[in-house]
Design a binder for this molecule. Structure first.
Ligand code: AGP
Length: 636
């Protein structure tokens, strides 16, 4: 989604702004721009397209030691040069006094635009942001912060923003309401960004603004204020050292961040489990929940909220919680939750799950629950993020920075955190110590199993290439396997742009089977569990209609005459050719090692990440920056 950078200090701002914007490219964007403030006043440059093109096209004289920059992900108006940020209060740099970059959405922009137009203001874009520049410019307040505060008082909606004002060349004003904004402290210089990724190269001393906070940033430091009252009141927010390795934001020798992040999974899985496995009592140890055994036992229901892949892992988590704790649990899309006027119960445990901790749909669901008196815990990766700060307790995922839009390692750690939570909820109820210890041992072993799955990558590349040829694919699974199928389809469509749809295997014959044909492959999740026989029956129905099959299953599972190695049956392996007129369907199996059944979903998910990755790579697509998508979705 949109990204913000800012710089003020002793160096020329433009190269630093461009570098910062490059670091934010992964968030997803369609245009970019910068503005600097120097001896000759405000200068700005912006265009639809890549940051690299913006840099190449910058005028030679673009001097200024204060500046702001932006990557835009279009909401109001298409991705054009005019709609790119920064927005000014005038149609030319020469006449401009104010430049603004903004993330978020201004809900009353139409009314404000009409008001400005009636007053004779010439608007240069279709955006909501442009009104902020005009409102700031219209203010007669004495200080730059008061001018911005006055403008913001007229605005309804969400924002993270940064403002340059020609009348105050030694400061940048930034503010936050619902969209992240960080201030980074350097040596006689200060940085501003919407994401830590843009700052870590320069500093790891960072202040996260709160919603409703504004900061005045100069080369020597920053001062924070609370917005909203008649006067700005100081908030004295400190900058803190963040514990992050800047190298974690680099792809290093890897071809893409997604590949790097998939390969990191064993190590990151170890990190989320560290110190949280109680072998003696066979339970999880999640101190951050802020819930004692009596409180945990009192919950009669668990509701999990997340978006996209986080929602699908939430479904895996709900199944785990029901299995281990025998408490009714379900997951739902956080984006829909508050619009159906949900019933919030005091004896329900609400769980918000998010990698970024900034997904606005999930954040708003959390706020809705809290407004109605519910208790929410968070499973969140990014430390200090909005959801992490909003929830009543929670678990950090310790996946490290995740840069690729397609989430992998964070999802794995979400699942592991759910396993720990399910154990903890189970062990204060009826889950036996023996079962608890069985699962704790399996969790301890899981990083090695993940490593074993990843080690099979090369064998599966031809399968991915074969799937990449299909315009349309099915992913199917049952019960524990269904969210795995949903996540597999999600990953595949996100980065390979193929139409990939997930169904419950049991639902195929109620409709989707009509679409099965030799052109539509099915990726089937078939764990060695109580549903194996039924799953195989469904596979046979697909095979009988000529549908190619990729079966993700456990080592040693007997697929009968569907097995590619079977000499008696009708099947052959994908890519093995087959003579003309050979009507036998293709069947390929991808075997994963066994764990305990309850933990199957995560090991079955990893081959699907690899399939999506290699299909997209084969198609020559930009894996880390898939079209139309953003890493953190900070608008509704
Ligand atoms: C995952 O590959 C997707 N990019 C997306 O569905 C993501 O999981 C979703 O937007 C939620 O993000 P969050 O975990 O940061 O809240």
């Amino acid at each position: 989604m949109c990204g913000i950078v800012g710089y003020i200090g002793t160096q020329q701002a433009a190269p630093l702004l461009l570098e910062g914007l490059t670091r934010l490219e992964h968030r997803g964007y369609d245009s970019a721009g910068v503005a600097v403030l120097g001896g000759s006043g405000l200068r700005s440059a912006k265009r639809a397209g890549r940051v690299r093109d913006l840099g190449d096209g910058l005028p030679r004289r673009f001097a200024g030691k204060a500046g702001i920059g932006h990557t835009r992900w279009a909401t109001h108006g298409p991705a054009t040069d005019a709609n790119a940020h920064p927005h000014l209060d005038a149609v030319s740099d020469a006449a401009a006094r104010v430049a603004v970059v903004h993330n978020g959405i201004i809900d009353n922009a139409a009314a404000l635009r009409a008001e400005l137009a009636d007053a004779g203001v010439e608007l240069a874009s279709d955006t909501d942001t442009e009104v902020i520049a005009h409102l700031v410019a219209a203010s007669r307040a004495a200080t730059p912060e008061a001018r911005v505060a006055e403008a913001l008082a007229r605005i309804e909606g969400t924002y993270g923003l940064a403002v340059l004002q020609a009348d105050f060349p030694d400061r940048i004003v930034v503010a936050r309401n619902g969209s992240p904004l960080l201030v980074g402290v350097g040596e006689r210089e200060m940085h501003v960004a919407s994401d830590l990724a843009a700052l870590v190269r320069y500093t790891t001393t960072v202040a996260h603004l709160d919603d409703g906070e504004l900061a005045v940033v100069t080369a020597g430091g920053f001062t924070t204020y609370r917005l909203g009252g008649p006067e700005l009141s100081a908030t004295d927010r400190p900058a803190e050292q963040v514990d992050v390795d800047p190298a974690a934001f680099e792809a290093g020798e890897h071809v893409s961040f997604m590949r790097k992040e998939m390969l990191e999974q064993p190590a990151r899985a170890e990190a989320v489990l560290r110190g949280r496995l109680d072998t003696r009592f066979g339970t999880g140890h999640l101190g951050g929940l802020n819930l004692d055994a009596r409180e945990l036992r009192a919950f009669r229901r668990v509701v999990i909220l997340g978006c996209g892949s986080a929602y699908y892992v939430g479904q895996m988590g709900a199944t785990l919680i029901e299995e281990l704790a025998r408490v009714p649990a379900h997951a739902e899309a956080a984006s829909e939750f508050r619009y159906r006027n949900p019933i919030i119960e005091p004896d329900t445990l609400y769980v918000a799950v998010s990698q970024s901790g900034e997904t606005v749909d999930t954040l708003l669901a959390v706020q809705e629950i809290q407004r109605k008196g519910g208790r929410v815990i968070g499973l969140v990766n990014v430390v200090g993020s909005a959801i992490a700060r909003q929830v009543d307790g929670g678990v950090y995922l310790h996946a490290g920075p995740e840069v690729a839009v397609a989430s992998t390692k964070a999802l794995t750690n979400m699942f592991l955190a759910f396993a720990l939570l399910a154990l903890q909820l189970g062990r204060v109820r009826d889950l036996s110590i023996a079962d608890g210890q069985r699962l704790i041992a399996a969790l301890a072993d899981l990083p090695d199993r993940i490593e074993q799955v990843l080690a099979r990558e090369e064998q599966w590349v031809p399968v991915a290439k074969r799937l990449a040829q299909a315009e349309s694919l099915f992913f199917i699974g049952r019960v524990r396997g269904f969210p795995v199928a949903r996540e597999g389809a999600q990953k595949f469509k996100e980065i390979s742009y193929r139409h990939a749809e997930a169904y419950q295997t049991s639902e195929l014959k109620h409709g989707p089977l009509a679409l099965v044909s030799p052109e539509v492959p099915t990726v089937a999740i078939v764990p060695d569990d109580e549903l194996l026989e039924r799953n195989i029956t469904a596979l046979q129905q697909i095979a009988a209609r000529g549908g190619p099959l990729v079966v993700v299953t456990h080592e040693g599972v007997d697929l009968g005459d569907l097995d590619p190695s079977s000499s008696t049956g009708p099947a052959r392996s994908a890519g093995s050719g087959g003579s003309a007129g050979d009507a036998r369907p293709e069947v390929t199996r991808l075997d994963v090692p066994r764990s305990e059944r309850e933990l199957d979903p995560i090991l079955l998910t990893i081959p699907l990440q690899l399939l999506a990755f290699h299909a997209a790579e084969h198609l020559g697509l930009d894996i880390d920056k898939p079209r139309n998508l953003a890493k953190s979705v900070t608008v509704e």
